[in-house]
Design a protein around this ligand. Structure first.
Ligand SMILES: [Zn+2]
Ligand SMILES: [Zn+2]
Length: 382
């Protein structure tokens, strides 16, 4: 399926969606000429805007580079409101433009999981000269000072003379650690939370605490294994990618809209090793401060690939998506439903973007949802 488009002169978005020249409202406060940029800037060596047709001579040729013949390999044409797209002069394929900074942000978020979560233990006294000096540095800095009741090693700092303990077991402070295996088995067998509580004979709050603990352990396990991958000399890997939608239950009776997130799974074909399940959800972003900053910098007035927050689903994106979903009225018959699904897809400004949010759904209460194509792109870089 391809969006209709009008050919431009290759220098800036054309058609009804192009910003009016000289209109003060369309100018970015920090970068007044920003909307006139021809292509999204390369960011930290990332440039994903190129022809995606593997049979084309422009395949992989970055959009901001001239072709071998010294002419432009691409034109920029308009796809919809605030949505410029690339047009390949060699094979006539269109491709939506993406923010390279947004893809870099998403790649960094994914790579963070491969870094050790906890900093190595050192003297906790921030004003002490040994603060930040790992206990593994030995006797010059610390002396052993017995074992705590929970079995953790206690140290005495030789600089500030204070003592502190370092937990050696991840299960420290767990009274029901023997039930971790049962809960893990119930999770992988998709047992509902209340059934888990019943079978393991514990309250729901403890079940949630155990899920958090198991999640931390799984992440540490994956981190330990996968941080070694870059040192392994693979000849060639064949990786299959798929995605699944997860419907998250409402948490307040007054608002029964669900949140739907998408996970991208990457598996190695021969060994069937699952590299990762990447969720289009960033738990560390503060939605309120992003929304305020986006309004202050007039982010929404820019074409989507040039926005500072191109990666994230803002409230304005949400309202726009709900409006589009409403115009494609749902029909009761099967063919009617298929027709309206196609109609909704046709009306999307970015055909590459698979997620659309309807009025029956809402954005997450905490953190921010990521436009799922931004989660998909970095999986091909890792
Ligand atoms: Zn091409
Ligand atoms: Zn100290």
């Amino acid at each position: 399926m391809r969006k209709k488009s009008s050919a431009g002169d290759g220098n800036e978005p054309e058609g009804p969606s192009a910003p009016a020249k000289g209109s003060a409202n369309d100018l970015h406060p920090e970068h007044p000429r920003r909307h006139k940029r021809r292509t999204p800037d390369e960011f930290e060596g990332i440039q994903v805007n190129y022809c995606k047709n593997p049979h084309c001579t422009n395949f992989g040729v970055p959009i901001n580079k001239k072709s071998a013949y010294g002419t432009n390999a691409y034109k920029i044409v308009a796809s919809g409101k605030g949505m410029p797209q690339g047009y390949c002069n060699a094979c006539s394929e269109h491709f939506p433009l993406k923010s390279n900074q947004g893809i870099h942000e998403e790649l960094s978020r994914m790579m963070k999981a491969l870094k050790p979560a906890a900093t190595p233990p050192s003297c906790p006294n921030t004003s002490c000269q040994n603060h930040g000096v790992e206990v593994s540095q030995g006797k010059d800095f610390y002396s052993s000072f017995g074992i705590t009741n929970s079995g953790s090693q206690r140290y005495k700092c030789k600089a500030c003379k204070k003592t502190f303990s370092v937990s050696s077991r991840p299960q420290t402070r767990q009274r029901l650690s023997h039930k971790n295996k049962t809960i893990f088995t119930l999770i992988v067998n998709k047992a509902p939370i209340r059934r888990m509580a019943e079978i393991a004979d514990m309250d729901v709050k403890t079940v949630y605490a155990k899920i958090d603990f198991i999640h931390r352990q799984c992440m540490a396990f994956a981190q330990n294994r996968e941080s070694q991958l870059s040192k392994t000399g693979f000849k060639r890997l064949y990786i299959s990618v798929d995605h699944q939608d997860y419907v998250i239950n409402w948490i307040r009776r007054e608002d029964k809209r669900n949140t739907v997130v998408t996970a991208v799974a990457s598996a190695e074909n021969t060994t069937q090793y699952i590299f990762a399940m990447h969720l289009n959800f960033d738990s560390l972003v503060d939605a309120m401060s992003v929304e305020v900053d986006a309004i202050q910098r007039c982010d929404q007035s820019l074409p989507t690939p040039y926005r500072r927050y191109a990666r994230l689903w803002t409230q304005a994106d949400y309202e726009n998506s709900v409006k589009i979903a409403k115009t494609a009225k749902s029909k009761k018959s099967l063919t009617g439903a298929i027709e309206s699904a196609y109609l909704a897809a046709e009306q999307r400004d970015d055909i590459e973007s698979p997620d659309e949010i309807t009025s029956a759904e809402k954005l997450p209460e905490l953190g921010m949802q990521v436009h799922s194509e931004y989660t998909l792109y970095p999986t091909s870089c890792i």
